[in-house]
Design a protein around this ligand. Structure first.
Ligand code: HEM
Length: 421
């Protein structure tokens, strides 16, 4: 890798003063101090080269709002499973073949028109009545956690609050029996760990993949039982949608109940935990929110912009193309980087300021266009209700000691966050 102070992108764009090494996303992976605050690193990337070829990652990085949005909206740019899973399919035998087969039906890795069919399926479940019920469930779960921790005067927000809630919500959303709820967290953790595996050679790869199969089998069983005894709720709606459409089948449903688990577990956990930290670090904003709870939806939007827990979204060029003045070759990987785009001063004035009264503008934390997070309405409900119960119940909430940030590709959040109250 060139360490010179003047480097050139594949399309010939000169970048003065800043070396290629300074611009590589490898910095974010390797340097712990950037996990806590990547804003300066992203500013350099945005200002130097908004659509940057990163030779270390063998990928393009779109870091301005304009460039990231252009990538997410461009029909010539598609979605794809990770390379390690493609490798696993070839080398991992029958288990990997079955896993990959179901993964290839996961909405996140599909492009229109197949994507549109599956999106309709998942949307069928997110009815207003279902979301309303989940609002109540989130409040009940948070109150139950508060009942347990309040007498102790302290908690680790990550271990006690932000990690348990989203997996429990998904278990409740899917209608799993109470005794099975803990399994969802383990399946969710395994799914996230598998995304981060770079090679099938890793000894954890196949056990994690088997956890994925276990979840698929569990959901297959649940769907069978629900079909035999129709009722109300998210999964019943999805079963009805499959039964009404000859182009859908149970494999689509099983594959995408894992998309819901993968999409809604760690992401929401990171958002709840690190979001609460950001609120506590901005006491004047927190005071405003405590005094006027109607600001909660706007506060959640601003938290999502400011934090952007899904730091980058992978895409692949499906043809040779010119974009933002760069020549992109068919097959090349392109990352839209919402964590950088959401701090772009051209899109958000004074972007490093956390301001819950900020004028409303779409941020990219839930993605955009085709793959815009289908669970965003539920995620917003989880954040709003968790914070509202916590703020109601804990008027003297204080940060206790240092927090521990992580960046585990592609997500950023907190490993540990102690508070007293
Ligand atoms: C704060 C929490 C959440 C964040 C930050 C988040 C973020 C995202 C992002 C950025 C995408 C688009 C990824 C891409 O374009 O490559 C996405 C898609 C998705 N999310 Fe979420 N998500 C959250 C919560 C949820 C929840 C609660 C669920 C479900 C229960 C969910 C399910 C999904 C699914 C199924 C997709 C794929 C949609 C598609 O491909 O059309 N997410 N999410």
């Amino acid at each position: 890798m060139s360490m010179s102070n003047v480097s050139v992108t594949p399309s010939g764009c000169p970048m003065h003063q800043v070396s290629e090494a300074d611009l590589s996303i490898k910095n974010l992976i390797m340097k712990r101090e950037l996990h806590a605050d990547p804003s300066g690193f992203f500013r350099t990337l945005r200002e130097t080269d908004p659509l940057h070829w990163d030779p270390d990652m063998n990928a393009w990085m779109a870091t301005t709002y304009e460039a990231a949005l252009a990538i997410l909206k461009d029909p010539r740019v598609g979605s794809m499973p990770t390379k390690s899973l493609e490798e696993a399919r070839k080398q991992g035998g029958a288990e990997a073949e079955r896993f990959y087969h179901l993964l290839s039906k996961n909405i996140l890795f599909m492009n229109p028109p197949e994507h549109t069919r599956l999106r309709k399926l998942i949307n069928a479940g997110f009815k207003p009545s279902v979301l309303q019920k989940m609002r109540q469930v989130t409040r009940e779960l948070t109150h139950a956690i508060m009942d347990r921790v309040q007498p102790t005067g302290k908690m680790d927000v990550v271990a006690d609050l932000s990690r348990p809630i989203p997996a429990m919500i998904i278990a409740r959303l899917l209608g799993a029996p109470d005794g099975d709820h803990d399994r969802f967290r383990k399946w969710g953790d395994a799914a996230v760990e598998l995304i981060q595996m770079v090679s099938i050679e890793d000894e954890r790869f196949m056990p994690l993949l088997r956890k994925g199969l276990e979840y698929y089998d569990y959901m297959g069983g649940l769907i069978k039982r629900f079909r035999a005894a129709p009722g109300e709720g998210f999964l019943h709606e999805l079963i009805a949608a499959v039964d009404a459409d000859p182009n859908l089948d149970d494999e689509d449903l099983i594959a995408n109940s894992r998309a819901i688990l993968t999409g809604g577990h760690q992401t929401t956990a990171d958002a709840i935990g690190a979001g609460l930290y950001i609120l506590l670090k901005h006491p004047e904003q927190l005071k405003m929110l405590r005094e006027d709870p109607s600001l909660m939806p706007a506060a959640v939007e601003e938290l999502m912009r400011f934090l952007s827990p899904v730091v980058l979204h992978p895409r692949r060029a499906m043809e040779d193309m010119e974009l933002q003045g760069k020549s992109i070759k068919k097959g090349q990987i392109i990352f839209a980087v919402p964590a950088a785009a959401n701090r772009d001063p051209k899109a958000f004035p004074d972007p490093e300021k956390f301001d819950i009264t900020r004028a409303k503008k779409l941020n990219l934390a839930f993605g955009q266009s085709v793959h815009y997070c289908v669970g965003a309405p539920l995620a917003r409900i989880e954040l709003e209700e968790t914070y509202s119960v916590v703020l109601e119940r804990l008027p003297d909430l204080q940060i206790d000691g240092d927090v521990d940030w992580f960046f585990r590709f592609p997500m950023r959040g907190l490993n540990k966050f102690n508070v007293t109250f």
